[in-house]
Design a protein. Structure first.
Length: 144
């Protein structure tokens, strides 16, 4: 993720977050998100990790028009296709998971009583002890 936090990308990414992109920022960021998306779609980075940290769907929404225009200008329909696919998957990820801060407001009656994934106030319960049996060898005889 150093790529997003070093120049020239860091300034462009900061402007994206503030919705103050300059003309030169759109394609630079689209290309960076395309490269990251390739890593996600080839399962080299867990998509849940990235979608939890970054709003790929919202970034796509911001950059989509410029990507589509460049596809048309160059005749390269594959330009940023991985970014587009990852954005749709990120949109599904976001739809399936409520904001985490919502769990803090459960005392005010706004959220579910217990969050999934161990985000509650209580420490995790110890795992149940493992059974004391030894698995039996599979039989090589048919019908056994």
């Amino acid at each position: 993720m150093r790529t997003l936090h070093t120049e020239p990308t860091a300034s462009a990414f900061g402007r994206l977050l503030k919705k103050r992109l300059g003309a030169e920022d759109y394609i630079l960021l689209a290309h960076v998100f395309e490269e990251i998306s390739v890593l996600i779609l080839h399962r080299l980075i867990p998509e849940a990790l990235l979608f939890d940290a970054f709003a790929f769907d919202l970034y796509w929404d911001e950059l989509r028009e410029d990507v589509v225009a460049l596809r048309s200008q160059t005749g390269n329909e594959k330009f940023c296709e991985n970014f587009e696919i990852a954005a749709e998957r990120a949109r599904e990820y976001r739809r399936d998971r409520p904001p985490k801060l919502r769990w803090r407001r459960r005392d005010e009656g706004e959220g579910p009583s217990e969050p999934p994934g161990g985000l509650g106030d209580a420490p995790p319960k110890p795992a149940a002890p493992a059974p004391d049996h030894v698995p039996r060898e599979p039989s090589l005889r048919p019908g056994s």
